[in-house]
Design a protein around this ligand. Structure first.
Ligand SMILES: C[S@@+](CC[C@H](N)C(=O)[O-])C[C@H]1O[C@@H](n2cnc3c(N)ncnc32)[C@H](O)[C@@H]1O
Length: 234
């Protein structure tokens, strides 16, 4: 852990900072790392650096995200949590009063994710296929934000299936991987088709290219159609 007082901490969004040029979140679990991030203490606050090469959400923030709907106390439905790299930073941002429902299909990834959840009590791991919303809807209830990063050909359909678990006016963040959807088409065509499919339920708020951190991806911010309502149990 590095202890420095002369470092410059710049707030980008609630819970998201830039420290000496590196993105960072406040560590919810003092002294504990999740992957190979650095722990940096400035003025008595411990931060975890957030690597945009390891997290598409970090890449999108670095590349110009305008606003972040994930904040202190948010309830986030995370589709494709893998081993918890990005989910752990979301857990930092939402804090002890927020929650991250982490859906993951792979048992192998879930084993590592469970270790992260041992110390992060605001992440609720769920081993499930995100296509089978009925398997977890009673546990998750309605979320303020949906985050989807599942690199699957039916990513758009999966998002639409989960839309009932997002409050009206809620934000969905999606990392669209063109090569997982249709390798024979140009990425721009795949992105356009994805947006057309989800337009039944969502309006596009912002699209962000995330190169050089990740290739063949488009990161989109979508707003669920319909009146804003308070998140609660279904
Ligand atoms: C690109 S990785 C996610 C990386 C993670 N979001 C991060 O930034 O730390 C995609 C994950 O989605 C999972 N996945 C793929 N299809 C899924 C499905 N239908 N339901 C749930 N998870 C799925 C994969 O097992 C994989 O762990």
């Amino acid at each position: 852990m590095r202890l420095k007082n002369a470092m410059k901490v710049e707030k980008l969004f609630d819970g998201v900072f830039r420290i000496d040029g590196k993105l960072a979140t406040v560590n919810l679990v003092g002294g504990k790392k999740v992957y190979d991030e650095d722990l940096v203490t400035v003025d008595g606050i411990e931060y975890r650096t957030w690597n945009p090469y390891r997290s598409k959400l970090a890449a999108a923030i670095v590349n110009g995200m305008k606003r972040l709907a994930i904040k202190e106390g948010s309830k986030v439905l995370y589709l494709g949590a893998a081993t918890g790299t990005t989910a752990s930073h979301v857990s930092d941002i939402v804090g002890a009063n927020g929650s991250v429902y982490a859906i993951e299909i792979s048992e192998r990834s879930m084993r590592d994710l469970l270790m992260v959840c041992e110390s992060r009590e605001n992440i609720f791991p769920i081993l499930a296929d995100a296509r089978n919303v009925g398997k977890y809807a009673d546990d998750t209830g309605t979320a303020d934000v949906v985050y989807e990063d599942i690199a699957s050909p039916d990513q758009a359909e999966i998002l639409l299936r989960n839309a009932d678990l997002l409050k009206g006016g809620g934000i969905a963040y999606v990392a669209i991987k063109s090569q997982s959807i249709d390798i024979s088409k140009k990425p721009s065509e795949v992105f356009k088709e994805f947006l057309q499919k989800v337009s039944a339920g969502f309006d596009l708020a912002q699209s962000i290219e995330i190169e050089p951190f990740d290739r063949m991806h488009l990161f989109v911010v979508l707003k669920k159609k319909g009146a804003s309502e308070k998140a609660g149990k279904l």
